[in-house]
Design a protein around this ligand. Structure first.
Ligand SMILES: Cc1ncc(COP(=O)(O)O)c(C=O)c1O
Length: 411
């Protein structure tokens, strides 16, 4: 922008004004850099600090402490930030992607309009004829994406990813991707990510990890050898059951990542600036919410273990969990999801559901409110989930209220 100064101003004042504008432009540029992808290298920040500051690009916003929502779908050619058109990029998505990459310790991130769009983008980026090794209890929506959308395009073998021999036996010459979901949905199975990464590297294949349940607060798959981290940001990132979104984070900005970027920008399954704004806002409290979810989940799991009407409890934080040792090695906390089977069958589990006051019988997870559902009823006739299994997303209500409610419902 050109600045015209009236000639009545003295040359000395004119010089000062010039200095001010040059200085403030330089300062804005520094701020831009600080909020750009170089920022993690410029300032070392702890997780809680980076979630609050990195997704908040307040430069060029008239001193606002919080970044405004930029609704414009188009941007003037030649602008400094390199924005062009909102499907390709926009300031709110840019800020969201920066904080996502930093949280997951990756080089770059891409935000999508849902978790399924993010996961599907990985399968879209694979060369046709690729073989995928995936968990036998993976999130059913992404399982459906693989078997329905990519039938005749890719091959897939579903195995118990916690059984290393089964994973080895599933490998084919065209295996290009190992898909891990740990903890898994809804059986809370734990996969040894380091070991699967070693298999993937030996095969020259990619390792992608759905980190939705753990979040980067409790697990950093890139540190454990993953190439791509996937999230349904509808869950803990959003945290209030009011935003749909997905994310991919890459360890390296390589040729495969370029393909994913193309799927995002050309395919166009991107979140709106408003959704990006709300996500960056929610992410600022992620670390604190996760601590609350995990502490409530542990207490609820321990209560359920001791209850006579409960058959089995699935929670990686329990010493009785078959992969508790691996979970303790690769996670910094065990998350907020607990599954359990009620003694009897589906009708007995449904009876418990109907009596609960504070747990809404609804799908999804990761919100501040507790949710519960009989998972087999949601997954449909081909599910392998036990009919009497209830999956709980343990919320941030007071744990005494949650336990009292559950005790009454179990009878
Ligand atoms: C583990 C996991 N991955 C992926 C997804 C898909 O995310 P979205 O519903 O945002 O498309 C879900 C949704 O429940 C999930 O639980």
């Amino acid at each position: 922008m050109e600045i015209v100064v009236e000639s009545s101003i003295s040359p000395r004042l004119f010089g000062l004004i010039q200095l001010y504008f040059v200085g403030s432009t330089f300062f804005s540029w520094l701020l831009y850099l600080a909020s750009s992808q170089f920022s993690t290298h410029l300032f070392a920040m702890k997780f809680e600090t980076l979630t609050i500051h990195l997704g908040n690009g307040t430069h060029e916003s008239h001193g606002a402490v919080v970044q405004p929502i930029t609704l414009s779908t188009t941007f003037e050619h030649g602008n400094e930030a390199g924005m062009l058109y909102s499907r390709a990029n926009n300031p709110n998505r840019h800020s969201l992607e920066q904080v996502l990459a930093a949280m997951e310790k990756g080089e770059d991130a891409a935000a999508f309009s849902s978790g399924n769009a993010a996961g599907t983008a990985v399968y879209q980026a694979l060369a046709p004829g690729s073989h995928i090794v995936a968990p036998d209890d993976m999130y059913h929506g992404l399982h459906n994406s693989m078997v329905q959308l990519f039938a005749g395009i890719h091959e897939v073998t579903f195995v118990d990813m916690s059984d290393l021999e089964a994973v080895k036996n599933a490998i084919r010459s065209n295996t290009a991707l190992f898909w891990v979901e740990s903890p898994s949905n809804p059986l809370l199975k734990i996969t040894d990510i380091r070991r699967i990464s070693a298999l993937a590297k030996a095969q020259g294949a990619l390792l992608a990890c759905d980190n939705t349940f753990a979040t980067p607060v409790f697990q950093n798959p890139i540190d454990l050898g993953a190439d791509i981290v996937m999230h349904s940001s509808t869950k803990y990132f959003g945290g209030h059951s009011d935003i749909l979104g997905g994310a991919l984070v890459t360890a390296k900005k390589d040729a495969f990542w370029e393909k994913i970027r193309n799927v995002q920008r050309i395919g166009g399954a991107v979140p709106s600036p408003t959704d990006c704004y709300y996500l960056t806002r929610s992410i600022r409290t992620l670390a604190y919410r996760m601590k609350g979810h995990a502490s409530n989940a542990k207490a609820l799991a321990e209560f359920l273990v001791s209850h006579g009407q409960v058959e089995k409890v699935y929670y990686p934080g329990l010493a009785s969990h078959p992969n508790h040792t691996v979970a303790a090695q690769q996670m910094h906390g065990f998350g907020g999801m607990v599954s359990f089977t009620v003694k009897g069958g589906a009708a007995d589990a449904d009876r418990v559901l109907s009596k609960l006051r504070f747990f809404a019988n609804a799908t999804s997870l990761g919100g501040v409110e507790s949710l519960i559902e009989r998972r087999a009823a949601v997954e449909g006739p081909n599910t392998t989930t036990p009919e009497n299994l209830l999956r709980v997303s343990v919320g941030l209500e007071h744990i005494d209220d949650l336990i009292e409610d559950m005790e009454r419902a179990l009878g």
